[in-house]
Design a protein around this ligand. Sequence first.
Ligand SMILES: [Zn+2]
Length: 377
Amino acid sequence: MKKLRATVNKIMSYLEDIAPRSLAMPGDPVGLQLGNPEADISKVLVSLDPDEKSVDEALSIGAEMLVTHHPLFYHKLASINESLPEGMVISLAIRNKISIFSAHTNFDSAIQGVSYQLARRLGFSTEKADVIEVTGSEELLKLVVFVPVGHEDRIRDALAGAGAGKIGHYSHCTFQNSGTGTFMPGQETNPFIGKSGQLEKVDEIRLETILPAHSRYNVIEALLQAHPYEEVAYDLYPLVLKGRDFGFGLIVEVDEPLSLDKIIQICRDRLNADYLRYYAPTVKAYKKIAFCGGSGGSLVENAARLKVELFISGDFSYHNLKAAQDLGIALIDAGHDTTEWPGVVYLKEYLAERLLSDGYQTGVFLHTPYPSGWNHV
Ligand SMILES: [Zn+2]
């Protein structure tokens, strides 16, 4: 019997699936910033920053959980002083029982993370994208499960729906062969097949598939729900094979080169950028384009080395500009928050979809975006 409202723990497990904690940079305080993992949540608010505006909006809509990209405790606090902005946020959240969770560099570097969402929002396909700075590759597992004949398609669908069985652009990848399963139900059992105390021999399918390690909990949960047996026999094996690379920044190669004017227009239209500046060493059309939501300055040299012609990000510094001039790579700076916002929208849509498909009546809301605060003259 499912609960009507998801707990903080449940929502965190959904976020772990797309932005595993293990991907965070050392020292980045991702995860539950404050709150009660067991609390039932009727509404979640998703926002870029854990600031007073976000907590106020959570309060005004009755949300008991705030999910943000930037973490609350990025700098170590010596005190919680309500006369200071951070202290006020912490105090407001605790007094009103609002849990705060952040997916920061783990979401920056995740497959489908911030840079993927930026590229997609700008209309670029990320199907064959490369990562600028690879920080790791997906760990893979092999799952083997034994299923009574006739139930294998249902189980296969459940596994595929939870993230197993993907190889490249193929889904539902499994192998199956048939054999005989044996078991003897004990006294306290309620077996799907057989009687207690009698050895059963059943025609079963051995179904095997592959899955990314971070989705194992979801996959096993889906398997146990779909499988007819009281006790499900399955094995999980670690694999030497690795999955897709992940890391910071994304490179996309387009079929038809795009002019600088066209790319700038796309950024203005699709990001609602109130702030945009660029450096372009030559007048040309661009084929190899890179994206990094937030601050991509540290990736400029790597991007140029990988023959990127144009790099779209935020927060480029004077020294990034100098490097770009030396290396002959064009830059578009569309703002830190503006280039991260598509990732925030994705978190909201993803959570809403997961909660709905699991039958939870927990609503997900997007924080009203506000201008970055810069004035331009
Ligand atoms: Zn950021």
